[in-house]
Design a protein around this ligand. Structure first.
Ligand code: GYE
Length: 321
């Protein structure tokens, strides 16, 4: 190296240090993460997007963010475009469980590691993704079921339940249904009399609940909604039908977003099971670990609780989403 070049490099290093950067940082390229989000169907999803965007900024990771508007084909397109752009890492929250083999094989062939966030995929070859971080949806369904069986343990006679399912074919809809059923089937008095998808949105939750009320009317004792937004939509339908939510119909939902706490404080929702959307910091750490050559754990589970209406006012100020 000639003297002049050495001088220039020393100058750059000094400038980097003066700017608070570690020596050598000036030579480093930003890590690029391609993230394919499902959409903006719920309060949960909005909080999840916000968490990912702000964590990327904090960690100095360049984020290429794509919103699929709840369509798998858009997610596949986004992933292909991330591969074409040769991003360092791809992460995505798969709208449904199946149909990912081909595109995941393409990512693997391009040697780009894939992290699943929030929802799982159903593929035979699990070397197609490096890590899955998110909640245990089966356990969430069980928590909902345990709360209900405890609350109604002294009730004689049948308990008629209507269920608002999440997006058809999605991991949380499949597992929240299974986990709940696993618990309530221990006592035959619990009967799911109607079950239909509300696609995780308020509008659909309201619409489907209206149909349930029309068909079953006062026969309905319990509503189990796979997320808070559908429960909030259904609450409106229940009120419009002249019934009292949380009193005439016991309402259980999942997520524990602020809207659910507000509904509980207004006495309209009985309980919400926590499902944290704040996956951003964990994801950025994982991206950095991958770039540093570390092996990620195959499964990173989010810790979460359950909040009945009695604790809503006390917990509300502590909620971050
Ligand atoms: O419960 C729901 C959202 O995948 C856990 O998706 C997530 C679910 C969440 O639309 O509100």
């Amino acid at each position: 190296m000639n003297a002049q070049r050495r001088h220039v490099i020393a100058g750059m290093a000094a400038a980097a240090m003066a700017g608070g950067l570690p020596l050598g940082a000036f030579a480093q390229k930003k890590v690029v993460l391609g993230f394919s989000q499902i959409g903006a169907e719920s309060e949960w999803r909005t909080a999840n997007t916000e968490s990912i965007k702000s964590a990327a900024k904090e960690h100095g990771i360049e984020l290429k963010f794509s919103d699929a508007q709840q369509k798998q084909e858009n997610q596949i397109k986004a992933i292909r475009s991330f591969i074409a752009q040769r991003v360092d890492v791809i992460a995505f929250s798969p709208v449904v469980e199946s149909g990912w083999e081909t595109v995941l094989r393409e990512a693997k062939a391009a040697k780009i590691p894939v992290i699943l966030t929030d929802r799982a995929v159903n593929v035979k070859d699990d070397s197609l993704w490096v890590s899955f971080m998110g909640s245990d949806f089966l356990e969430e369904g069980r928590k909902a079921g345990r709360w209900l069986t405890e609350k109604m343990k002294d009730v004689k006679g049948e308990v008629h339940i209507v269920e608002l399912q999440g997006t058809v074919g999605s991991a949380p809809a499949i597992d929240r249904k299974r986990g709940f059923e696993e618990i309530i089937k221990a006592d035959p008095k619990f009967k799911i009399i109607r079950s239909q998808t509300g696609d995780f949105t308020r509008a659909k939750g309201k619409e489907v609940m209206e149909a349930f009320l029309k068909a079953e009317g006062k026969k309905i004792n319990v509503l189990y909604a796979h997320n808070d937004d559908m429960a909030i939509g259904a609450i409106q339908a229940i009120e419009e039908a002249g019934l009292k939510p949380a009193k005439d119909i016991v309402i259980i939902s999942i997520d524990a977003v602020k809207g659910a706490f507000e509904a509980m404080m207004a006495g309209k929702l009985n309980v919400t099971v926590e499902c944290s959307p704040l996956l951003g910091p964990q994801l950025m750490q994982a991206v950095k670990d991958l770039k540093a050559g570390k092996t990620l754990p195959k499964r990173i589970v989010t810790e979460e609780g359950i909040f009945p209406m009695e604790v809503a006012a006390k917990e509300f100020p502590k909620r971050k989403y």
